[in-house]
Design a protein around this ligand. Structure first.
Ligand SMILES: NC(=O)C[C@H](N)C(=O)O
Length: 335
């Protein structure tokens, strides 16, 4: 073989595991203009077949986990997802992982994976806002771009990534911020990068610990402690907190006004719940912004900038490791 022909030998394509969990990306409706559809109706193999261009990019192997609307994914199933991804990441014949997922709770799975996977391999979640049968379905391009990112060495060591609508988001702070449009996923800090024709282009990197640098490990977890979120609204009562505590919540995240403010009239009930051993966490319903240190008190732990959904998961992970208030508080500033 001449040096030139050795040089011309094609490189092995990256091996990507595609893990299907359902969602609108796998949704099917009665016709292409119907607003109604069934999420998770299509199998992972059908999603792959809809994008034959993927064969040029990667060797994709399909794994089925769930066929669910992501609103129906329980904590136990989300942990199962993390453990399944951890197992795929350990396989020597897997270079990167793509997870197709509903967008409603995609941010929760992304944050859990970001904090609990012990791998530097690219892990990319994607979804869609339009069903696979819809006119202008966004799933095929999102899947193509997710594989582009997962197949790239540039995506290694960045924690769980989310690819939607041409942008690459960090699993740490992405959230669904629009109920209907294809640019539904956003972060207050913007995307980490964009997906171009030749693959991902990163412009910034996550700076808080994740995956290999995190103290949490999906495989060491048996269950997530029950942590609940309670909404705030003008004139709210403590009825929801009490019901959640009665149901067994070990912690309640108050999705509070502004800096997680708690109405004065409810502080006595909060003290009673804390005396019963229920942890209380302030977070903000505003969607972005950090809570000031002055909002912390012996009664209330405080999220940093984590949304109520993220604060819930972080608190659940924290309770698997410590019952110390200062140590729990420190998690919000660390992650
Ligand atoms: N766009 C979507 O994927 C929404 C869907 N309900 C889900 O989360 O499964």
């Amino acid at each position: 073989m001449t040096a030139a022909s050795a040089h011309a030998r094609p490189r092995r394509l990256p091996r990507i595991a595609l893990l299907a969990t359902g969602g609108t990306i796998a949704g099917a409706g009665p016709d292409s203009t119907a607003a109604a559809y069934v999420a998770g109706a299509l199998r992972g193999q059908a999603l792959l077949q809809a994008v034959p261009q993927l064969a040029q990019l990667a060797q994709v192997q399909v794994h089925e986990l769930f066929a669910l609307d992501s609103a129906d994914i329980s904590d136990a199933q989300r942990l199962q997802l993390a453990q399944r991804v951890a197992a795929l990441a350990r396989q020597g014949d897997v270079d990167g992982i793509v997870i197709t997922h509903g967008t409603d709770t995609l941010e929760e799975s992304a944050y859990l994976l970001h904090l609990t996977l012990k791998t530097a391999k690219p892990v990319v979640l994607t979804g869609a806002m339009r069903a696979a049968t819809a006119l202008g379905a966004d799933g095929p391009l999102n899947l193509y771009q997710a594989v582009q990112v997962a197949a790239s060495a540039r995506a290694a060591g960045q924690g769980a990534l989310v690819v939607m609508n041409g942008a690459i988001w960090s699993g740490r702070d992405v959230a669904k911020r629009d109920a209907a449009q294809v640019q539904a996923l956003q972060s207050p800090y913007g995307p980490l990068g964009l997906v171009a024709d030749d693959g991902p282009r990163f412009y910034r990197a996550p700076c808080r610990p994740h995956t290999l640098a995190s103290e949490f490990d999906a495989d060491a977890l048996h269950a997530l402690p029950a942590v609940a979120v309670a909404a705030s609204y003008g004139g709210m009562s403590a009825a929801a907190w009490q019901a959640l505590a009665a149901e067994g919540a070990r912690a309640i995240v108050h999705a509070g006004f502004g800096i997680g403010t708690v109405p004065q009239a409810l502080q006595a009930q909060a003290r009673r719940l804390r005396a019963q051993g229920v942890w209380l966490v302030r977070a903000s319903r505003a969607g972005s912004g950090a809570l000031p240190a002055s909002a912390r008190s012996p009664l209330w732990l405080c999220a940093d900038d984590q949304t109520p959904a993220q604060a819930r998961l972080l608190m659940a992970l924290g309770l698997t490791r410590t019952q110390d208030a200062a140590a729990l508080q420190a998690l919000f500033e660390r992650y």
